[in-house]
Write a protein that binds this ligand. Structure first.
Ligand code: ZN
Length: 132
């Protein structure tokens, strides 16, 4: 098991973790298999998509539009971040990606994107590699 630690800087932030995962795969010497990527938090998510700055802005605007902040959510009476939890349940806490030729078998425009929904915070992502 490997771990990636991130220190996010903004409330909503998208971080491309593809190079970090490929580095871990390289160190493991696994040529073919699968990688499981798992975020251990209730206000983050993982997606696979294109790392293009305007698209990343569109993703942020989409979530702000469909789940606005401070709409009288019940959980806001505890820690004021219901919108962050609600945005996260529309995505996934984990991804499974094939490994081919010692790296992620992603399509040309695909990147592994970590989404911070309640930053800035210290975050941990677990990486499990399986040879198969
Ligand atoms: Zn909360």
């Amino acid at each position: 098991m490997f771990e990636i630690e991130l220190f996010t800087k903004k409330e909503f932030e998208i971080i491309d973790i593809t190079p970090k995962i490929n580095e871990i795969i390289k160190k493991s010497n696994i040529n073919e298999g699968i990688v499981i990527i798992f975020t251990k938090h209730t206000t983050t998510a993982l997606i696979i998509n294109e790392n293009e700055s305007r698209l990343l802005k569109d993703i942020e605007e989409l979530f702000k539009k469909i789940i606005p902040k401070g709409k009288g959510y019940a959980h806001d009476s505890i820690d004021n971040n219901a919108h962050s939890h609600l945005r996260s349940i529309l995505m996934n806490p984990s991804l499974v990606i094939p490994i081919e030729n010692g790296k992620l078998a992603l399509g040309t425009w695909q990147s592994v994107l970590f989404i911070e929904l309640d930053g800035p915070r210290r975050r941990k992502i677990l990486i499990k590699l399986c040879k198969c």
